[in-house]
Design a protein around this ligand. Structure first.
Ligand code: ADP
Ligand code: MG
Length: 506
């Protein structure tokens, strides 16, 4: 007898409908799986056979052929186990065929017949909904994740006998209760921990308000890393739509499995030895890289000059387009990469440029600067110097809390959202040149200040737009409908290339 079971194969951030065909016939007992499966799919035979027997089913002593169709798609991972097992049960008439007509199934089997959680269940569930499938059976730990998709019946099950019960028409079990939420707050890194650096905190506030990229430069031990790690605490909470996109990406890489939505904005801080593929994604079955894991959050490159040139170059496309496209033969997979870039650097190799104890010669400083002025420098909206805080700043009692800063950021974001409503954009950093012209509302003096900076040769045309976007954000933080010359000058003051060679250090 021939059985057909519906399941799904991950393909980037989409999933494709797969029909698992199982054929049983007389002959020497054999168990073959065809249809471009990887090693995990080939090994599936051992898991399926043992799981069926240990869960109390018969494993038919027949020639069993399993085909994962369509055969041209690559099938990766253990998620096809459950569909294969169900197909064997239907083909050997241990289960009615009507069950697998109603339900699609997805999951990895353990040798005892238990179901294991799998990567990418949200993506599978979205595929199931768009394929018009009525219901989806997934491992119990992944049920909440699958249930994020509206209009799809989801059954979360722990073992093969439970799957069999549902396919025989018994009622599906309730969804497990949501896991307890850990409230953010107590213990989370807070801006209040940072002593001094009011200018840098102001810059972080502006960066957060407009989603601008920022580079912090300063001697070792002044708190650059510390401040950068707190930048996430002043970003608005994820919207539901953003949270779903983040969950999807983190789920297919196995970083977030099963437990409903990711609720915190991602903060990714890859080590400087990371490869280009690690940053933007890659692999024979393309997987997202750090740039996509940071989607809707922060990508933090600590000690920017230590990253390899190819790694930094690879960030060009994601920064420019908000997506990466990974091409494998005939096949292209895209992953979104809308992150805010935060980076830190020493102003020279020893880190003390501008101070007496700096031991770097001019050539050292020039080399250091060349490393930095590569592809990313032009994408940095804010370049901020963080000198050693003054002694009195270290005993200062009052500090700015993340909560207070977040309130101003939220107000500024609301003004942006209002101005940008209908454009599909949310923040000033995303303003296209045309929208910038239409919506920025800069007065004549503001334009004059920009022209003056441009005439001095301080700005490229791209830099011109960048300053205007940041000036718009500064005006939004102040609640000013128009951009004035003061806002432009403040934006110009926040992007000083001289911070890179310590000319400002004191
Ligand atoms: N401005 C500061 N306020 C409070 N603590 C600081 C400050 N600067 C440095 N520190 C302390 O020193 C540690 C090292 O700072 P770090 O952020 O790693 O410096 P950097 O990245 O600039 O080299 C921090 O974890 C923190 O404990
Ligand atoms: Mg550091």
């Amino acid at each position: 007898m021939l059985a057909h079971v519906t399941t799904f194969a991950l393909d980037g951030l989409r999933s494709r409908r797969i029909t698992v065909e199982v054929d049983l016939r007389r002959g020497l007992p054999a168990f073959t799986i065809v249809g471009r499966g990887d090693a995990a799919v080939r090994e599936s035979r051992e898991r399926v056979q043992t799981a069926l027997i240990n869960a109390g089913f018969q494993f038919p002593q027949r020639r069993i052929t399993v085909n994962l169709a369509p055969a041209h798609l690559r099938k990766v991972g253990p998620g096809f186990d459950l569909a294969t097992a169900c197909g064997v049960l239907v083909a050997s008439e241990q289960l009615p065929a009507s069950g697998v007509e109603r339900w699609a199934v997805f999951g990895e089997l353990g040798l005892g017949g238990e179901l294991r959680h799998c990567r990418g269940v949200l993506t599978v569930a979205e595929g199931a909904r768009s394929a018009g499938v009525a219901g989806l059976i997934v491992p119990r730990e992944c049920a909440r994740e699958a249930a994020l998709v509206d209009g799809l019946a989801v059954a979360g099950v722990a073992s093969l006998p439970e799957v069999a019960a549902i396919l025989r028409g018994e009622r599906a079990p309730e969804l497990p209760p949501p896991a307890e939420r850990r409230p953010r707050g107590a213990g989370a890194p807070d801006l209040a921990d940072v002593r001094g650096h009011s200018d840098a905190i102001r810059a972080i506030t502006i960066a957060a308000a407009g989603a601008h990229n920022i580079l912090l430069s300063g001697p070792p031990g002044t708190g650059k890393t510390m401040l950068a790690r707190r930048a996430i605490s002043v970003l608005p909470p994820l919207t539901r739509e953003e949270a779903i996109a983040v969950t999807q990406i983190h789920s297919i890489t196995g970083r977030h499995v099963g437990d409903g939505l990711v609720e915190q904005r991602p903060f990714r801080a890859p080590h400087h030895t990371i490869s280009p593929a690690g940053l933007v994604g890659g692999g024979s079955l393309p997987a997202p890289g750090e740039a996509s894991l940071a989607h809707h959050g922060i990508l933090f490159l600590d000690e920017l000059s230590e990253f390899s040139r190819p790694a930094l170059e690879s960030l060009r496309q994601p920064l420019e387009d908000g997506v990466v496209a990974i091409v494998r033969g005939q096949h292209t997979v895209t992953f979104p990469t809308r992150f805010q870039l935060v980076a830190s650097t020493n102003p020279c190799p020893c880190g003390h440029a501008g101070e007496d104890r700096c031991r770097c010669n001019e050539a050292d400083i020039a080399r250091h600067r060349r490393k930095l002025s590569g592809p990313l420098l032009d994408r940095m909206d804010l370049l901020v110097h963080m000198p050693r805080p003054k002694p009195e700043a270290l005993d200062e009692e009052h500090a700015t809390s993340s909560q207070a800063v977040l309130a101003t950021v939220l107000a500024a974001r609301e003004r942006q959202a209002k101005r940008l409503s209908g454009t599909g954009l949310r923040t000033n950093a995303e303003l296209t040149p045309r929208l910038l012209r239409q919506l920025v509302r800069a007065d004549a003096d503001a334009h004059g200040a920009l022209r003056a900076a441009y005439a001095l040769g301080k700005l490229s045309p791209r830099g011109h737009g960048r300053i205007l976007r940041v000036a718009r954000t500064i005006a939004d933080l102040e609640g000013s409908a128009r951009v004035h010359a003061a806002h432009v000058n403040a934006a110009l003051g926040l992007r000083q290339e001289s911070v890179l060679d310590g000319a400002l250090a004191a």
